[in-house]
Design a protein around this ligand. Structure first.
Ligand code: AMP
Ligand code: MN
Ligand code: MN
Ligand code: MN
Length: 293
């Protein structure tokens, strides 16, 4: 059973995944059970812009013998793209964090209605109502829910195909959206006692200068971590961002980004370990970890 001293030796941490509280396919307790069955020793649920699953996730994790960190994945607009900032180890009752997340969730419904209008113009009707039938949390309607409905309705064969044909920039169902500012997201996490981590850095299509600006601004705002090993990275990308973490003095994180059993590229707890020359986020977060009794 993990304790504070064991954090230095712990390898199977999974600090990025989703539940039905955002766009995942399983309830928080079911994600916890799947993580525990896969041998995860330290776990965080990181739903998009939402912390409503934390109580259930923490109870389940501790009951299953996993150490636990609070988590969230916040959507941020930066240099014309969406960047995801993972928050770990915060106090989920902190008012500024709760209010910030509530305000950022508020933009999702009008955006979803606009997405449905875009799809209607290419002959796909009823997408808003259809997507809603896949939503677990009405404040958190996301592109993933549209994608699942478009597959069910027979417009595409798979979720990635829907993104490619309909839901990415320039496609009929894509609606550019202004999310939180990077400085706000990092501040909400830090004010609540947590650590901000840049999620899946290789996923963004930044120029080298834009990426440098992201890293520099993130550090200037007090961000401290970088996801190095994630379901979104190839081995080469993990190696590249291990170097970036060292160069920028950032702590390294590891997380599958698991969403749903049949959809996710990566299963919980099955990624390669962080390389031994990196400083893991969880050692620095030792006093924020909940340990099973
Ligand atoms: P949203 O926050 O509504 O913009 O939706 C973003 C979510 O869509 C991400 O968190 C992923 O779960 C999913 N997603 C984004 N791009 C793709 C893709 N190319 N294929 C499958 N899922 C994707
Ligand atoms: Mn997602
Ligand atoms: Mn993400
Ligand atoms: Mn994610």
């Amino acid at each position: 059973m993990p304790d504070a001293l064991a954090l230095n030796h712990l390898t199977n941490a999974d600090l990025h995944c989703h539940s039905t509280v955002s766009d995942g396919g399983l309830a928080p307790a079911a994600v916890a059970a799947r993580a525990a069955a896969a041998g995860v020793q330290l776990w965080a649920l990181t739903d998009h812009d939402e912390i409503g699953g934390i109580a259930e996730a923490r109870d389940a994790a501790l009951r299953l013998g996993m150490a636990y960190l609070t988590g969230v994945e916040i959507s941020v607009s930066f240099a014309g793209q969406v960047v995801h900032i993972v928050g770990l180890g915060f106090d989920e009752t902190h008012p500024a964090l709760r209010e910030g997340l509530r305000s950022t969730r508020g933009g999702r419904e009008p955006r979803a209605r606009e997405m449905a209008e875009g799809l209607a113009q290419v002959g796909i009707h009823g997408a808003f109502e259809g997507a809603l039938t896949f939503v677990g949390n009405p404040e958190l309607i996301s592109r993933t829910h549209f994608a699942r409905w478009l597959v069910e309705a027979g417009h595409c064969r798979s979720v990635p195909e829907v993104f490619h044909k309909y839901l990415t920039e320039g496609k009929p169902g894509f609606v550019p959206h202004r999310w939180a500012a990077l400085s706000d997201a990092v501040r909400w996490i830090r004010d609540a006692g947590g650590m901000a981590v840049i999620a899946h850095p290789a996923r963004y299509k930044f120029t080298p200068n834009e990426e440098l600006a992201l890293l520099t601004d993130f550090v200037a705002h007090g961000g401290r971590g970088l996801e190095v090993v994630t379901g979104s990275h190839s081995a080469a990308e993990a190696l590249k961002y291990a170097g970036v973490a060292k160069e920028f003095g950032l702590l390294a994180s590891r997380g599958s980004d698991f969403h749903a059993p049949e959809e996710s590229r990566t299963e919980l707890g099955t990624l390669p370990d962080l390389s031994g020359d990196l400083d893991p986020v969880w050692v620095a977060l030792a006093d924020r970890v909940h340990f099973p009794h």
